[in-house]
Design a protein around this ligand. Sequence first.
Ligand code: CA
Length: 224
Amino acid sequence: MKILVIEDEKKIASFIRKGLEGQGFIVDVSHHGDEGYILATTRPYDALVLDIMLPGKDGLSILRGLRDRKMNVPVILLTARGELNERLQGLNLGADDYLTKPFYLEELIARLQAVTRRASGTPLSLLEVEDLTLNLLTREVKRGPRKIELTAREFALLEQLMRSPGRVFTRMQICEQVWNYDFDPGSNLVDVYVQRLRKKVDGDEPVKLIETIRGVGYRIKGRA
Ligand code: CA
């Protein structure tokens, strides 16, 4: 699989390159939006990893340019925490998925595999676990027909769990993903949020989806 990475932060770009090459991907890297756009439009790639803030053409302009030209190469956006508008705009423009920095390499590889497996042009904006659905584009969460209102952090937490059904996340992993800053490992912040989320998601439902793995962390029901 041939991947183009357009990312101006050289450290991140080289971390991605090394990691993907280690997994057998062929990787081109560009640190500039204009150059990246030329590569993306003139060479065949199986997927693009695209940063949003770039010198020259920014990530969203590159994405728009590709989709205007009817180029359906799968695109994963790299976004910073807080770039919610850009993220939504990106999904609307036809990005297939996004990752929030910082991220684990395994996460990027899983997303790349998912987007390249799918028929191009059909973004995976809906996550599903049993009768629970989470729409990344509209940010609508439903359990069956019941709508669930979530805060931004609760949404991020649920998204993390639903992206990997059955996988157990430690409190630290949840914290890194959802809060993304140093926190006191002794704090019960994650537990408090999980309890709140559980109330909203599982509440009176006969089937409970959010599970506690004692001494380890949390997961959402599903195959591991
Ligand atoms: Ca950047």
